[in-house]
Ligand binder design. Structure first.
Ligand code: DX5
Ligand code: ZN
Length: 223
């Protein structure tokens, strides 16, 4: 299946969000990645439900909501009510990931689990079946514009192998430091969804950058 591009709205211009959504709506973006940060799980605060609801009202693309918050079980319902189509929480933020995945899906959203750079993909062994998406953080979460941690490539390969062996269709999303310079290597390693913040919004022509990311072609890859 063709890979998906999810521009991260964290890097957009908040004074002119409608303009950025207009660009995204017309672009080849598949999803809009929405980073929710609480200042506790990560050392930064971004935005909450009210802004997500506003984004939903202007977005023609599904909202891919990435919760970088503690106690995600308290908030998933409200984010789904505000229009989240995919809800991803961090494995490191809850003791009850399995329960939360089934709960999110029962509300009609897709469920994703994100892993910080130090968390091994083996931690997903008892969760993979029934999981819609795994978000591998390729930077330490909390800020846009950081450098891609190259070791993530090994993690993508390890996770792809598990997904193929079990014949699952769980998507692998890569988040942090992704751009035209490394997208091909990331896709070749086995990724399905590329999150791209600064590389899209800080480029001269964001819609063209999205198109270039979308048009990257990879042949069959060895596992
Ligand atoms: C980081 C966020 C990312 C961020 C990516 O904590 O989860 O989604 O917006 O930004 P770039 O693409 O600039 O690294
Ligand atoms: Zn994110």
């Amino acid at each position: 299946m063709a890979h998906l591009i999810a521009p991260s709205i964290l890097a957009a211009n908040y004074g002119a969000l409608n303009k950025d959504f207009d660009m995204l709506n017309k672009s080849q973006a598949d999803w809009v990645h929405v980073d929710v940060m609480d200042g506790v799980f990560v050392p930064n605060i971004s935005f909450g439900q009210m802004l997500v609801k506003q984004m939903k009202s202007v977005s023609e693309k599904p909202l891919d909501v990435h919760l970088m918050i503690v106690e995600p079980e308290k908030y998933v319902d409200s984010f789904i009510e505000c229009g989240a189509d995919v809800v991803t929480f961090h494995l490191e933020a809850t003791a009850h990931a399995h329960r939360l995945i089934t709960h999110i899906q029962a509300q009609g959203a897709k469920a994703g689990v994100a892993l910080n750079p130090q968390t091994n993909v083996d931690q997903l062994d008892d969760l993979l079946e029934g999981l819609d998406l795994v978000c591998l953080m390729s930077v330490n979460p909390g800020f846009g514009g950081q450098k891609f941690i190259y070791r993530t490539i090994n993690k993508i390969q390890q996770l792809r192998k598990k997904i193929v062996e079990r014949n699952l269709d769980t998507k692998i999303e890569i988040d942090g430091g992704v751009g035209l310079q490394n997208a091909e290597a990331i896709l070749k390693a086995g990724a399905d969804v590329l999150v791209a913040g600064s590389s899209v919004f800080k480029s001269e022509d964001p819609a063209l950058t999205i198109q270039r990311l979308k048009e990257i072609e990879i042949g069959n890859f060895d596992i």
